[in-house]
Design a protein around this ligand. Structure first.
Ligand code: CMC
Length: 429
């Protein structure tokens, strides 16, 4: 096959190379289009735009395949842990025993937050939302490590290993502090002897005279939740991180921006939106059928369904869906929301509207039910997503920062405003 594509504009033809990825994904390389033709491409929502070449994550949305650095998400979910997968995503290879030990030790020894940051927490409104706190505090964190957040690429890369471990560790402390602040409880210090997710649960739920006891294996369920969220290609928040990083901004600022992008209900905020939707359906006495009809009529959106890339079952949703029953069983909890979720899923998977549009459950559909069972408040669900996604953001920041050929991300637009007008003085308007 000819490895080029030809575009005809008027009576002129322009030829562009085709780029092929390692999984045979093809793209027409239009980087010279505007310079050669004066035209730009228009692709609102970027559904057809490859914004970068990346070796981190591969998704085949038609087949429901997700691989991090070549390893399938099913393989990682079964055999790996969140921290090992984080290492894989950030450094490209599974760690040796020594490498993993060093990585974990750097993470566990970095969990404490500078006490001056506590006063920043004190200054926040009592109504501050956990995602707003998280984003602000990640940026504030950079102020405590100016050598790692210099906005000088070479220097930021020199300190990258420390900055990455520090962020993965402290994001968990900040998240727990955000929760304790919201409910008006004193902060709980991290413990070096606990595993990653265990330590988080300890900082969330321990009391001075009553340490949190994980009787139902919640830490394992949480670890799996975090692993499943660790990276997901060029989604809205990761693209945001890359966009910010492309200007030369440091890792702390870039991931803080990622948190903001994740917050919205069409992205990471969907896990909270799903539970709110299920609660509303439950409160109205519906078993899900009425809601499905409303979604089909465009009066409601079935949160946790549909995906820009997956036109098949999201493989992460499959894993979480299988885990949710086990977790609730271990906890001895029966949640009526789970029954409604099962009803909605069954109804949607058999309904022509959803079949035609290839709308399947995504990762957020069942994950909120696990988090709710673990005692995590709904407001914190998207924060949990952010903790999980951090390694992906870090790896993407590194990929762009280490690429000496990378250019600032600066899309163009089609201007639709007024043509040149003359200024009218205030008195004449
Ligand atoms: N419920 C009902 N109809 C839907 C839904 C839904 N959840 N999602 C898409 N549709 C319909 C949509 O109305 C459109 O119908 P029509 O062709 O008649 O106009 C069609 O399906 C195509 O949808 P789209 O809006 O063009 O899809 P998109 O790729 O722009 O949006 C999405 C993807 C995930 C934002 C969207 O499916 C959605 O809003 N889902 C609910 C929110 C959600 O669960 N988000 C989490 C995504 S997974 C986690 C993550 O990685 O962020």
């Amino acid at each position: 096959m000819d490895n080029t594509a030809t575009i005809n504009i008027g009576d002129k033809s322009f030829t562009y190379p085709i780029i092929t990825g390692t999984e045979n994904e093809n793209a027409v390389d239009l980087r010279k289009l505007r310079a050669e033709t004066g035209y730009i491409t228009f692709d609102e929502g970027y559904g057809n735009t490859g914004s970068c070449e990346s070796s981190i994550t591969y998704i085949d949305g038609e087949k429901g395949i997700l691989r991090n650095r070549g390893y399938s998400i099913e393989d990682l979910a079964k055999n790996s842990t969140f921290l090992e997968t984080s290492y894989l995503i950030i450094y490209g290879e599974l760690p040796t025993e020594t490498e993993l030990r060093a990585f974990k030790s750097k993470i566990s020894s970095n969990a404490v937050i500078h006490t001056n940051m506590h006063t920043t927490f004190d200054g926040l409104s009592a109504n501050a939302r956990p995602m707003a706190i998280l984003s602000s505090m990640l940026n504030v964190l950079g102020c405590y490590y100016p050598q790692m957040a210099s906005n000088n690429r070479e220097q930021d890369l020199e300190f990258f290993d420390d900055a990455a471990a520090l962020l993965i560790s402290k994001v968990r402390t900040i998240a727990a502090m955000a929760y304790r602040k919201e409910v008006g409880l004193p902060f709980v210090h991290p413990r070096e002897d606990l595993r990653y997710a265990e330590n988080f649960l300890h900082m969330m739920f321990s009391e001075p005279y009553k340490l949190f006891e994980d009787k139902a294996g919640l830490a394992d369920a949480l670890d799996l939740f975090l692993l499943l969220h660790a990276d997901h290609e060029q989604n809205c928040s990761t693209s945001t991180v890359r966009m910010v990083a492309s200007s030369g901004a440091n890792l702390f600022a870039s991931v803080a921006a990622g948190v903001c992008a994740l917050w919205g209900p069409l992205h990471g905020g969907a896990n909270a939106a799903v539970v709110r939707m299920l609660q509303q359906i439950h409160a109205s006495g519906d078993d899900g059928k009425k809601f499905i009809e409303e979604a089909k009529a465009g009066k409601a959106k079935l949160m946790g369904f549909g995906h820009r890339v997956y036109k098949n079952y999201d493989p992460r949703a499959k894993i979480i869906g299988e885990t949710v029953d086990k977790v609730l069983g271990k906890l001895g909890v029966s949640d009526p929301l789970l029954d409604i979720a099962h009803n909605l899923e069954e109804a949607a998977l058999n309904d022509e509207y959803f079949i035609e549009r290839k709308l399947y459950p995504n990762v957020d559909f069942y994950s909120g039910i696990i988090l709710k069972a673990a005692g995590i408040p709904v407001d914190m669900f998207t924060v949990m997503f952010a903790i999980g996604r951090l390694p992906g953001w870090i790896a993407n920041w590194k990929e762009i920062a280490s690429n000496t050929q990378s250019r600032i991300h600066r899309p163009r637009q089609i201007y639709t405003g007024p043509n040149l007008r003359n200024y009218v003085p205030l008195a004449e308007r």
